[in-house]
Design a binder for this molecule. Sequence first.
Ligand SMILES: O=C[C@H](O)COP(=O)(O)O
Length: 251
Amino acid sequence: MRTSLVIANWKLNGDAELLKSFAEHFHQSEIQQHIGVAICPPAVYLKTADVLLNAIGVKVGGQNCSEFEQGAYTGEISAQMLADSGCRYVLIGHSERRALFAESDAVMAGKVQQAQAAGLTPVLCIGETLEQREAGELEQVIEQQLSSACKEVDFENLVIAYEPVWAIGTGKTATPAQAQDVHRLIRNWVATKAPEAAQKIQILYGGSVKADNATELFSQADIDGGLIGGASLDTEQFAAICQAANVKKDS
Ligand SMILES: O=C[C@H](O)COP(=O)(O)O
């Protein structure tokens, strides 16, 4: 059985007070005893998150890591530094990194390898733009993003997040059927590389997930939870999304 995973991506938002509010809420609700729950705050709050959240079973993650292990790379944070700060996960290749910071497919493999070498679970983010979808390039884009990033990867220690770019922060969610189709495509692609891991790998959906659409999305056969942006800044709404993910899938 696959257990669900819900990850909060705070992006360039949040502060120590919001972390405290999360900690209080999850200390009470204990949903993290039934599904995986993680939070990716801005890097300067990771140690605070480590202290407040790891103790109650909510995992912590970075929003990005360097493709380099160490050296003269001003402003970068290595995967090992994230691990040292209490992280279990790191987001790799979020569409905002790709579009706004010119991260190409070419650097993804290095980041995934660095993350796994540091003992982190990379959360590889992939997804198509509206133009690509309308041009009939969906499958090609998804497979290209997967194959560029998954070189010498351990599929047993990988999470994939499907985030259609046109659904991120726009209020336009993919329909459950649209999302399920792509999640199945992703699982089938993983099966061609690692058949056993394909049934176990958690594939998350991201893009305007809210408390009121989470249940239908998470009930799809190949959707194993979510990567939540805007709605993760509201503790109660994020907790409701976590409750909606409390379903197990056959593996
Ligand atoms: O990492 C999260 C995704 O970018 C989704 O963001 P959103 O929930 O604000 O659409």
